[in-house]
Design a protein around this ligand. Structure first.
Ligand code: SF4
Ligand code: SF4
Length: 336
């Protein structure tokens, strides 16, 4: 598809759909928001600081209403939405969220009304080998509807679902190749660097790394908001005036907040009934989530190396530097 055809395709999508896409706002900041006109669409290598999770896993969601003993599920009412211009890194993050929230009716209700149009554009720096370049066989492990592989002056088009094919057929574009989804896990497993970081954290723990980070981190939680794979939430109730009635909601939470691990009883060796008492413990827990628990549970990387956490961090904590520190400590201990 050449650039002119592609502009017409975006216009076609805009005619009848709610299209969400990267674009610059009035402050020249790249954001993801509803696209009003084709010329506003940003298609390039820069990643917006916010991720697509805002539209799939909204920061606050009602779960159910209750009245006496009766509960009524409050599934989100969603218009069909198209995510246009999802980078391959964010496709990886969405594929992971799809696994994590596979049984979650609220997430699934939004997902089934969402069309993903991905691109092979990605930032140039700081990527492990897996993400370094686009290869066709990566697509069979990602969940998407249409994919635009950047090539000389245009895009090679792939479809990953019947919905994607339908959009292109209705647009009367036939030159696409279909990729059958083969599940999220690649035959070759996690990339080697990620396996090494996991091994470093599990088997070659170096407390100094975490104590140093704990001194710098201010527990603001910005990294968890920016991260496309962070998904923790907490629940809260709101009572209505009528007796015995109210609603249950959930909202994003962060493992950096003190309340996150607050417990009712006496927690072992933690003051004020918290399971994580120090900032060093919190930041370790966050890394452990991305590099140990998620790959251990889902056989998928818990970090897609988008660098958003580093960009968001007011304390200049660089996730890529931390990975290098973990690997250096691992190598040093292995040599002994
Ligand atoms: S680089 Fe940071 S923000 Fe991006 S996926 Fe990894 S942990 Fe999350
Ligand atoms: S953004 Fe930086 S300072 Fe804030 S919680 Fe995350 S690591 Fe700590």
């Amino acid at each position: 598809m050449n650039k002119t055809q592609f502009s017409k395709f975006v216009e076609y999508l805009l005619k009848n759909n709610n299209v969400i896409a990267p674009q610059y706002n009035v402050e020249a900041k790249l954001i993801i928001a509803e696209l009003k006109k084709t010329s506003d669409f940003y298609m390039g290598t820069e990643l917006p600081l916010d991720s697509w999770k805002w539209f799939l896993l909204p920061p606050k969601q009602k779960m159910f209403d209750y009245k006496g003993e009766k509960m009524t599920e409050a599934l989100p009412s969603v218009k069909k939405q198209i995510f246009l211009g999802v980078s391959i890194l964010d496709m990886q993050a969405l594929t992971l969220l799809n696994q994590i929230f596979e049984q979650d009716p609220y997430y699934q209700e939004i997902k089934k009304n969402t069309i993903i149009i991905g691109t092979s554009h990605m930032p140039k720096d700081n990527f492990s080998e897996y993400f370094a370049k686009f290869e066709e066989n990566k697509l069979e492990h990602l969940q998407f509807d249409i994919f635009l592989a950047v090539q000389n002056g245009g895009y090679k088009i792939y479809t990953g679902s019947e919905d994607g094919q339908r959009f292109l057929d209705n647009f009367k574009y036939k030159d696409y190749k279909h990729v059958e989804y083969a599940g999220p896990i690649r035959e070759e497993g996690l990339d080697l660097q990620m396996v090494s970081v996991m091994d470093g954290m599990q088997n070659f723990h170096d407390q100094k790394i975490w104590d140093d980070l704990g001194k710098r981190c201010i527990s603001c939680g910005k990294c968890t908001i920016a991260c496309p794979t962070c998904f923790c939430f907490r629940m809260f109730d709101k009572s209505h005036l009528e007796q015995g009635s109210g609603e249950r909601n959930r909202c994003w939470d962060s493992c950096f907040y003190n309340e996150f691990t607050q417990v009712a009883g006496v927690a072992p060796s933690a003051p004020k009934h918290r399971l994580m008492a120090t900032t060093a413990q919190k930041i370790y827990f966050w890394y452990e989530h991305h590099f140990v628990r998620t790959p251990g549970t889902y056989s998928l990387p818990g970090c897609v190396e988008c660098g958003r956490c580093t960009r968001a961090c007011p304390a200049d904590i660089d996730i890529f530097q931390t990975q290098r520190d973990i690997l250096a400590a691992r190598n040093k201990k292995k040599e002994k």
